[in-house]
Design a protein around this ligand. Structure first.
Ligand code: KIV
Ligand code: NA
Length: 276
């Protein structure tokens, strides 16, 4: 099975083949998703909430990201692994942005980085791309801007906002990103953007017209229930499955039903005699 790469992203759009993407934060989950055939794995800074229990993504550090990127990249054979640049790792200067993107590549072993924003971060994107690091863009509801937005709200519902997002998408393409995540924007707005761009759009809460889709794995598997956005479809109730299994485990311990011979090790009788 051939690896999914940056050129696969572009080829998929050209051939009208939809791109599948999920988040992953650890080795064993990454391996499962890769074996299931997902095209790309995103080590999202959503790990701050989903894996670390933070209130938002703002507290996530570059060290946190590297730690999880390493684990995911070991588990992925075919899927292209993309690492999120965390808040403030690409805002201060072009140099610092390149250095941090480079750390995700060199230490985290990912294939590409993703960062949030449009015109405000164009110089950083150009710098990172010049350093030969593929960059994925992210527009619409960019969670690192939650304090500016004043909450998690759909973006681009009015004309001014919608025009700004379209312009930003074109700016990003111009700056050399290989794809753009569109988060929480009206379906028909992402349709316009998808038609205007040569690079693929990956939607999350952005409707059916995007060139690909991404979801947070723990959301779609029903494992993370602190908050479930409208755009999440639950493909499994893993949370329930886990709880039921753990309840049975506890019960069998209490009743002395686990472990049995099947899960235990033996010793020769003549050796045993000498031990009493
Ligand atoms: O951090 C994340 O999981 C993301 C996706 C939701 C696109 O950025
Ligand atoms: Na993210």
């Amino acid at each position: 099975n051939k690896s999914f790469t940056v050129s696969s992203f572009l080829k998929s759009k050209k051939n009208n083949e939809r791109i599948s993407m999920l988040t992953a934060y650890d080795y064993s989950t990454a391996k499962l998703l890769d074996e299931a055939g997902v095209d790309s794995l995103l080590v999202g800074d959503s790990l701050g909430m989903v894996m670390l229990g933070y209130e938002s993504t703002l507290q996530v550090t570059i060290e946190d990201m590297i730690h999880h990127c390493k684990a995911v990249s070991r588990g992925a054979k075919r899927a292209m692994v993309i690492g999120d640049m965390p808040f403030l790792s690409y805002h201060i200067s072009v140099e610092e942005s390149i250095k941090n993107a480079g750390r995700l590549i060199k230490e985290g072993n990912v294939h590409a980085v993703k960062l949030e924003g449009g015109r405000d971060v164009i110089d950083k994107i150009r710098g990172i791309v010049k350093a030969q690091i593929p960059v994925m863009g992210h527009l619409g509801l960019t969670p690192q801007s939650v304090n500016i937005f004043g909450g998690f709200k759909v973006q681009g519902k009015n004309e001014e906002q919608a025009k700004r997002i379209i312009e930003d998408a074109l700016f990003l393409q111009e700056a050399g990103v290989f794809a753009i995540v569109l988060e929480c924007v009206p379906e028909k707005l992402s349709k316009i953007i998808t038609e205007k761009l040569d690079i693929p759009t990956i939607g999350i809460g952005a409707g059916k017209y995007c060139d690909g889709q991404v979801l947070v794995t723990q959301d779609m598997l029903g494992m993370y229930t602190d908050f479930t956005p409208k755009f999440v479809k639950k493909y499994a109730d893993t949370g329930v499955t886990i709880k039921e299994a753990v309840k049975r485990y506890i019960e069998e311990i209490k009743l002395g039903k686990f472990p049995t011979k099947e899960h235990s090790f033996s010793i020769k009788e003549e050796i045993l005699q000498k031990l009493y």
